[in-house]
Design a protein around this ligand. Structure first.
Ligand code: TRP
Length: 344
């Protein structure tokens, strides 16, 4: 069990509650979180404050936030082993974000590719939060003296900024922060591609429904999407990202879903047609998703229990965060935190 005096190394990760997760998020991120629970103190957060950087419908946001927490647990995050919580229920995230914003330089934030992309996509709302998004992410990570952060390749730049901020702070004020190491999944199954446009990574924000397989899609929908996946006219089943991105993607997804390596996949499919590859990949994915779908339904059928778990998670996280906030106040010359926030 995770507690404040434990000496195990700490792993932290998070996702935004903006729409449901795809099998890309499952194979590329969440599946890598599960085994960490055995040998690390693990925290998995739903970052609803980050979601506010893009305009949200309040009801949708509330719903998506709970559903994402339920998806974590349905996929195998065990609240007995990990702290599962919602970012906005732990006020220290915002408190530390403010402090860290005074250690982040405008120039560094301007270089973030996610900021550049998002400010182009949301031209009408380039708010300051979109700009300081990585500072809040740094706060998420640094609050818990996190050692490792399992994330996708697209978050690498944010993680490097987190390290730079922590090192800068420590150089001025002493060794308060642990410098986190990224655990980037950057190969194979981590890179599930868009089924309609396999040049791109599969994204939950893709416009076409056929482009992405959601973790909660039913079995028929999954089958339909794979059947319509874009391939090529070469008629050979090979790993060749350059000339056969679609076929390579299906093979990698099959490998991820069955836990097989490339050789096994090639031996299994070498004499088959694309149709068979598509159907078998869909079946393999359904075999992974079916228990997740069932568990998800169970969790969602008991909202009181879900809320209880999340409240408990927030309390545990907040108690851990209080320790470092006390230290930070001390080294910065801020007065001690009174009462409820000073449980450290
Ligand atoms: N920015 C991450 C994403 O879009 C989500 C995130 C927020 C995160 N805070 C984090 C990931 C801390 C890892 C650690 O995927």
């Amino acid at each position: 069990m995770t507690d404040a005096v434990s000496k195990r190394s700490v792993a932290f990760s998070a996702a935004q509650p903006t729409g449901h997760l795809t099998i890309g998020n499952l194979f590329g991120a969440i599946n890598n979180w599960i085994p960490l629970q055995e040998h690390h103190d693990t925290l998995f957060c739903v970052v609803d404050l980050h979601a506010l950087t893009v305009r949200q419908d309040p009801q949708e946001l509330r719903k998506n936030t709970l559903e994402l927490a339920a998806i974590y647990m349905a996929a195998g995050i065990d609240p007995e082993k990990s702290i599962v919580f919602i970012q906005s229920q732990v006020p220290q995230h915002s408190q530390l974000a403010w402090i860290l914003s005074t250690f982040a330089q405008l120039g560094e934030l301007e270089r973030m590719t996610q900021f550049k992309d998002k400010s182009l996509r949301h031209r009408g709302n380039v708010n300051a939060g979109l700009f300081t998004y990585p500072v809040l992410m740094a706060a998420d990570i640094l609050l818990y003296k996190t050692n490792i952060v399992p994330v996708g390749e697209d978050q690498k730049q944010h993680l490097e900024l987190t390290r730079d901020i922590a090192i800068r702070f420590n150089n001025i004020h002493g060794p308060v922060f642990t410098i986190p190491e990224p655990a980037i999944q950057s190969h194979g199954a981590a890179r599930v591609r868009d089924l309609q446009n396999p040049e791109k990574k599969m994204s939950k924000s893709a416009e076409s429904d056929l482009a992405k397989v959601m973790m909660l899609d039913d079995a028929n929908t999954v089958l339909k999407k794979f059947k319509k996946a874009v391939t090529d006219s070469l008629g050979e089943i090979r790993f060749d990202e350059t000339n056969q991105a679609g076929v390579t993607n299906l093979l990698s997804i099959w490998c991820a879903a069955t836990g097989s390596n490339r050789e096994t996949a090639l031996a299994h499919f070498s004499h088959n047609q694309y149709g068979k590859l598509k159907v078998e990949t869909a079946e393999a994915v359904n075999a992974v998703l079916e228990p997740i779908r069932q568990k998800y339904q169970m969790i969602m059928n008991d909202p009181t229990k879900l809320e209880r778990i999340l409240t408990h998670g927030a309390q545990q996280a907040s108690a851990m965060a209080a320790i470092i906030m006390t230290q930070i106040h001390d080294v910065l010359g801020l007065p001690p935190l009174p009462g409820a926030y000073n449980r450290g």
